[in-house]
Write a protein that binds this ligand. Structure first.
Ligand code: GAP
Length: 456
């Protein structure tokens, strides 16, 4: 067995990633012209495309590729009782300490035992207050009257929207245990520590799947979903030595969890949680039964009409955190002078083609002599099936570099020979190799390349 990595083994640093993300339109600071809003980020043209493609990829994996998983899209605003039932009102807290002098606020569980014991602010040496519980949910008011009776929360996880709809889904979709419900959507947490770019933010997106199983089968399904989620990252071509499991100890378990494992990724700032796989037992459905007064038991027609509360295995990944992980994982700087290129170095994002924001860019060698028109025509052929780009400005080498930096796996170059015999050049991002083929073969070739892609 290989030794566990202690340091990120790529060329990325968070500074380089944040700078590339801004320069190329992946991620911008929210409300930048007003000095920025901490904890919130905006996704630009390449970033929103990347986010949509990660979401589509996950959605396909969870719903389309499984007979027994369906999707929903529930509201961000839920009845406040739902959050009492879920335990979030009482338990979804971080222990915080404040500096009496500089007013800085810290998570007590992020300070060292020495810092806690000294009661001294790590930033200015001022006196720290004792730790107190701080609820992470955003509370706001709904309706016209400013009254506490109108208080409502922004959801801190998408999962609860699934639990309160689980009976609706059974009745409308005739699902039978074991089955799952998947959902992608925004979640909000009043996080105090929001450093490391988009890693931990106040507004973010989750990709969650709740799998409902018969009592007694939860351990087996927990193991199964651990396997499947690990295989998913392998399929995405993520550096496998940058992934590991972390089992939650008793002191780390969330209030709803009977057991929990995180898939951690080795980011430039160290090993951090990417996704959680949780055994939530019957906690959520039992609590919603208690608080709503509705019977949420399952009637098992395959077991003589027996009634019971299903157990839940949850897979919970951050969409925006996955995007950050993929940016770090894909980022590479490569010396290319020996490959006969005019530039010495290139920055390249080696995204899997199934998530790359642009799959194929079409580039005419020259704008003149009808090459631009021909290239646009080829792009039009491809755009129905692939995410495409067209670029005619600057030297061809510079255009390749721009596409490398955007993570575009394939470029099609249209030159004078294309006009004569209908062939084009297909350039591969990772190897920078080129091959000539007829434009009519392009779509099939690209589909095959995407399907068989292996990162080198
Ligand atoms: N429903 C279970 C749940 O929400 P969690 O471990 O609190 O579990 C699941 O969150 C995932 O959501 C995390 O693994 C992470 O990827 C993402 N996530 C959680 N808090 C986040 C934040 N403040 N910013 C970005 N992503 C976050």
């Amino acid at each position: 067995m290989s030794e566990e990595l202690t340091e990120y083994k790529g060329a990325a640093t968070m500074e380089k990633i944040a700078s590339l993300a801004k320069r190329r339109g992946f991620v911008f600071q929210s409300s930048e012209i007003y000095g920025g809003q901490s904890g919130a980020w905006d996704y630009g043209p390449l970033g929103s495309e990347l986010k949509n493609r990660i979401a589509a990829n996950w959605w396909k994996e969870m719903t389309q590729l499984n007979d027994n998983i369906v999707g929903i899209d529930s509201a961000i605003l839920m009845h406040p009782r739902a959050w009492e039932a879920s335990g979030h009102v009482e338990n979804f807290t971080d222990p915080l300490v404040d500096c009496k002098k500089c007013k800085a606020r810290f998570r007590a569980d992020h300070l060292s035992p020495e810092e806690i014991a000294s009661k001294k602010c790590p930033e200015c040496g001022g006196e720290l207050t004792p730790a107190r519980k701080f609820n992470l949910m955003f509370k706001t008011l709904i309706g016209a009257i400013e009254d506490d009776a109108n208080a409502i929360y922004l959801r801190p996880e998408t999962a609860q929207g699934i639990y309160v709809n689980y009976k609706n889904v059974i009745q409308s979709s005739r699902m039978k245990l074991p089955f799952g419900i998947a959902q992608i959507g925004k979640a909000f947490r009043n996080e105090i520590v929001t450093k490391n770019f988009i890693f931990r933010t106040c507004e973010f997106e989750q990709m969650e799947m709740q799998f409902f199983v018969k009592p007694g089968t939860d351990t087996e399904w927990f193991d199964e979903w651990k396997k499947r989620r690990w295989a998913y990252y392998e399929k995405l071509g993520v550096k496998i030595d940058h992934l590991r499991w972390h089992q939650h100890g008793q002191d780390e378990l969330a209030h709803y969890a009977k057991g929990a494992y995180d898939i951690e990724y080795l980011f430039p700032m160290g090993w951090k949680e990417l996704e959680g796989v949780h055994n939530r037992s019957d906690y959520d459905l039992s609590r919603h039964t208690l608080y709503s007064g509705k019977d949420l038991q399952y009637i098992d027609q395959d077991d003589g009409g027996k009634k019971y509360t299903p157990l839940i295995i949850e897979t919970s990944a951050g969409l925006t955190r996955t995007l950050l992980m993929l940016l770090c994982d894909a980022y590479d700087e490569e010396k290319v002078a020996d490959k006969g290129n005019e530039d010495d170095w290139r920055t390249v994002l080696r995204f899997h083609p199934s998530v790359a924001p642009i799959t194929v860019a079409v580039l005419p060698l020259m704008k003149k002599d009808g090459l631009a028109e021909l290239a646009k025509d080829i792009r039009n052929d491809l755009r129905q099936d692939f995410s495409t780009d067209y670029d005619q400005s600057g030297a061809i080498g510079r255009r390749y570099r721009r596409q490398d930096e955007a993570g575009t796996p394939f470029c099609v170059t249209v030159d004078y020979e294309s006009k004569e015999n209908g062939t084009v050049t297909l350039r591969f991002r990772d190897s920078m190799e080129q091959t000539r083929l007829n434009r009519n073969e392009l779509a099939a070739r690209l589909s095959a390349e995407i399907k068989n892609y292996r990162r080198t």
